[in-house]
Design a binder for this molecule. Sequence first.
Ligand SMILES: Nc1ncnc2c1ncn2[C@@H]1O[C@H](COP(=O)(O)OP(=O)(O)OP(=O)(O)O)[C@@H](O)[C@H]1O
Ligand SMILES: [Mg+2]
Length: 258
Amino acid sequence: MTRVAVCNQKGGVGKTTVTLGLASAALHAGRSVAVVDLDPQASATWALGIDEPTGLAEAFATGGASSARDTFVESGWSPDLVVSCGGAELEGHVPDGGPKTSAKALGKVLGKSDTDIDWTFIDCPPGLGALTVNALAAADLAVVVVEPSAFSNNTMSAVADLVDDVWDRFNPSLDLAGVIMNRLPAIGREAHVRFDELGKIVGRSAIWKPAIARRVIIGEAQGARRPIHSYGSRAHDVIEAFDSHHRKLERIKKARQG
Ligand SMILES: Nc1ncnc2c1ncn2[C@@H]1O[C@H](COP(=O)(O)OP(=O)(O)OP(=O)(O)O)[C@@H](O)[C@H]1O
Ligand SMILES: [Mg+2]
């Protein structure tokens, strides 16, 4: 079991898209997957084909590892993909600025529930508040999703600082695995300027190749509540990018275990 927190302070950059894409790639590679939807908007839960979300917020309320297994429900994608559902109630259960223990609430709720699962992807809400802190405190790896824009680049150092802070205070086994660039247009000078600028901020090797292209089919797959891999050749460039990022995660996992 390896848990990956997919996060950024900035909204709308593609955290949910990357969570879904990585889940689709891992499934396609024959892995078992859990998605923990930590976003009160519950977009991932919906895109994974779940109409009546139950779970995570209630598990926070009861606060027990004993109930953790019950938080997973089977997705509409595959029996090998289970979901711990997001929902508006999440905000109320993980108060911002709480004591140290509140950062560990998610880890406590998950407990050993995903021990037998290959990959757990945690879709964080936008922001660096208590929910994201909980995700990082419960995760093995953090992946930061960015888009090629000045506003996105401006948030990068705050995210990196938070990962450091959570590592220092709550989770010594947390690693910042890398940065996934999403929504890169085929042409456009501004986007490529910002891509280069980000390379200077985080170091070129921290940005995983290839970037996820800006493609209409991504929204189409989400609207149809289907994995991107089910689109085959129509989405081949996007699929190849997510497969490549999944393989990168597999390599990191192996290196950490070895
Ligand atoms: N590569 C892409 N090409 C085209 N559309 C995309 C791409 N990535 C994301 N989108 C679209 O952009 C919107 C925002 O993406 P997404 O919901 O994944 O971002 P987010 O970071 O999870 O947002 P939030 O901060 O609200 O949780 C969605 O409508 C999604 O379909
Ligand atoms: Mg999202």
